[in-house]
Design a protein around this ligand. Sequence first.
Ligand code: SF4
Ligand code: SF4
Length: 382
Amino acid sequence: MEYVDITADDTKEIILMATNACNLKCKYCYETNKNAPSMYLDRLMTQLEYEIRDNSTGFKRFVINFHGGEPFLAFEKIKSLVEWIKLRFSDLNITFTTTTNGTVLSNEIKEWLLDHKNEFIPILSLDGNKDIHDRNRGNSFDKIDRKFFSDNWPNQGIKMTVSPNTIGDMFNSFVYLHNIGFYPNPTLAREVDWDLDIHLPIYVEELKKLSRFYIEHPKVKPGQLLDLPLHKFSPEYVSKHFNSCGAGFNTIAFDIFGNRYPCQTFIADLKKGYDMSEMDRIFSILKKNHNLNVSPKCEDCSIINWCSPCYGINYSNRGNMGEFDSTMCVFNKVTLLCAAQMFSEIYSNLEKYPWINKEPSELFHSIKGIKHIFELANQSLL
Ligand code: SF4
Ligand code: SF4
């Protein structure tokens, strides 16, 4: 039975760099220009008119994502732009989101957020308990009104970044955040000093604890770290696309001046200015390679059906979208193997897990995918 991926990708995410300014100095932060000004609204409004009305054929939903720096340092402008977008595109399905460090929320901002609770979702960055969080994110833990977030957006996914500093606490952080009413979704910090000899064995142990937690708590749906599309590893899987990166298509970003990029990770040093011909070149490479693999190095990789090397981070850090950090390949492969092991246990007791997609074709191919992943591991191809 052939499995054809028919996932409809009809949501466009438009990322607006609200400001590059930030009041914290997180250890793994890749943003530069922290004293930069905030959005130039007139130019952005013109750009949004074009992007949404004239350049979004086939998209039914839009997510406007305010990025930073710390976006709420530009609260007045966010507020103005949200109200303008709501009026201007009242016929469209648009929601708003932002990721915030949570430390600059005045009463006025909180009231505004509550008034827009169902259309504007703030995602909190929180790395664990006070000790763990403060290790990476300055002494910011006590400045965050955590209850405001957990009371108003219960079980909201939060951004939990795991760094070499906190890798040994990944599982404890997860449990802590889970217990205070959040839905933590750990992700590994990129472009930091991972040392495979030191950090990989620790990561594997932490992953095992996390997958055991999910197996023993059937009502808790695994976060994206382990909830992987295993059906894509079924030998019969036929895909129109090899990876999920939507840069330049489902995702578009604008810097504070209204310059257009494939996603926020391409926004380079603002002091260098916007190189329009270079960005045209990038868009055209992404267009030619849409849903294909930009890096020749990935061509024979056993996990290319799932892995999505970040073109923007590669570009910003190494000047080449295909030039990835191979350390992350190793982390990706052990994550996949751990997910396959976790799901092999879960599938043997399917009825206990209400969140599992029980659509017969996906189930069938997920099981075949798990088998294939184990075969790859046995042949040392993982
Ligand atoms: S694991 Fe590495 S080589 Fe394989 S697809 Fe991902 S980035 Fe490419
Ligand atoms: S370039 Fe990176 S951050 Fe941007 S959409 Fe692709 S994977 Fe995501």
